[in-house]
Design a binder for this molecule. Sequence first.
Ligand SMILES: [Zn+2]
Length: 140
Amino acid sequence: MLVVCTHCKSTNRVPDERLAQDPVCGRCSQPLLGGEPVTLTDADFDAVVGKTELPIVVDFWAPWCGPCRMMAPQFERAAQQLKGRALLAKVNSDDNPRTAARYAIRSIPTLVMLERGNEVKRMSGALQTPQIVGWVAQDR
Ligand SMILES: [Zn+2]
């Protein structure tokens, strides 16, 4: 399985059975799948999302959005629980208008699930950790 390092953007090949065993980047030695949400921007979104074969769940949010801030710790716990199964990412829709426009984000928070760059599904509104985990794991 290919996973793009969110620190140095190099592509790493990780055997499926090692996904849950804290793989590190071959180039920069940072954790590839640390169980924490990663921050993506207009500048690196395509590089990470396009090549990573693990499902990616993007949380579109903004600092002024109360429900988004409420959901942040829930999203962090979900990232921990989904470690090795999905990469959870956050995109600040104010700072990254190109990515937000491409996915036609009209309300936040909105979660968009991507597989190899293609949208699989989305859901809007603030969610609790079990709802996020259940939604990601559903149909898989
Ligand atoms: Zn790296």
